[in-house]
Design a binder for this molecule. Structure first.
Ligand code: GLP
Length: 262
């Protein structure tokens, strides 16, 4: 697993956006580039930079198909806290991804199980995900795969932990009860199936999770640690996220990735 440490959030975001853009441009296969996408504050800087690149004529998303990581159950897509709304607000409304290429789980589907099975089938129909961008929760969750979720899990219904509802209550009038209790999300194995995975980790509040993910054992209690088993996984992070790493680990990655430092 690579760990690319940048000085701050902006540089982390720029580095990641450049990396994604380069991959999209280099994609010459006779099928679209399939991009997995997250929500949350961690990827906003990446979306801002990709939008800037698009507006500057540096990149097009016409040949890109997207699959989002997760969506709350019970929120209509027009709700300003739905992940559908978030994605359009920060990204899709500003770039040229064809509308029919955008895939987001429907948390209001009548048959949630079928919705998730169809999502997996649709990903497979495109030949899988080329690059999955993600973030992590303070408890190390990837998508909404909370501690204890099987590392072999597929797209499905998840119950959110009390901790996650408290953390996400900042978007729901600071009331954890207003945060939906359930979400649909891609499984750990769904993310692991992607040819490449990049996870954004920023800020001191993620430092404990970062240490578990990078230095800890592979464990269902820190689901993002699964990335240690992925052939092409990158953690893109800022300095504050490294606060709990061993000095030796931090120095090692700074040195081995020094050419990537912006
Ligand atoms: C939510 C999302 C995750 C995201 C996490 C961290 O729980 N389901 O996909 O990684 O929040 O969000 P943030 O980047 O805002 O810290």
């Amino acid at each position: 697993m690579r760990v690319v440490i940048q000085e701050n959030y902006d540089n982390m975001s720029k580095w990641t956006a450049n990396y994604i853009a380069a991959k999209i441009k280099a994609h010459k296969e006779d099928r679209p580039f399939v991009l997995g996408l997250p929500t949350g504050s961690s990827p906003i800087g990446v979306y801002n930079e990709l939008v800037r690149m698009y507006k500057a004529g540096e990149i097009s998303f016409k040949n890109v198909v997207t699959f989002n990581m997760d969506e709350y159950v019970g929120l209509p897509k027009e709700h300003d806290q739905s992940y559908w709304y978030f994605m359009h607000y920060y990204f899709f409304d500003h770039v040229d991804v064809p509308k029919e290429n955008i895939n987001i789980l429907n948390g209001l589907a009548e048959d949630l199980e079928a919705e998730c099975a169809n999502y997996e089938a649709k990903i497979a129909s495109y030949g899988g995900i080329d690059l999955f961008l993600g973030g992590i929760g303070v408890d190390g969750h990837i998508a909404f795969n909370e501690p204890g979720t099987s590392l072999a899990s597929r797209t499905g219904l998840r119950k959110l932990t009390r901790d996650t509802r408290i953390v996400n209550s900042r978007f729901f009038d600071n009331d954890p009860e207003k945060v939906p209790a359930y979400a649909l999300c891609t499984g750990v194995a769904t993310v692991m199936d992607a040819k490449e995975v990049i996870i954004e980790i920023s800020g001191h509040n993620k430092a404990r999770a970062m240490a578990h993910v990078v230095e800890g054992a592979v464990s269902q209690m820190w689901t993002c640690s699964c990335l240690q088993m992925h052939e092409n996984a990158i953690i893109a992070c800022d300095e504050s996220a490294c606060d709990e790493l061993k000095v030796g680990t931090y120095k090692y990655y700074l040195d081995i990735e020094k050419d990537e430092r912006l």
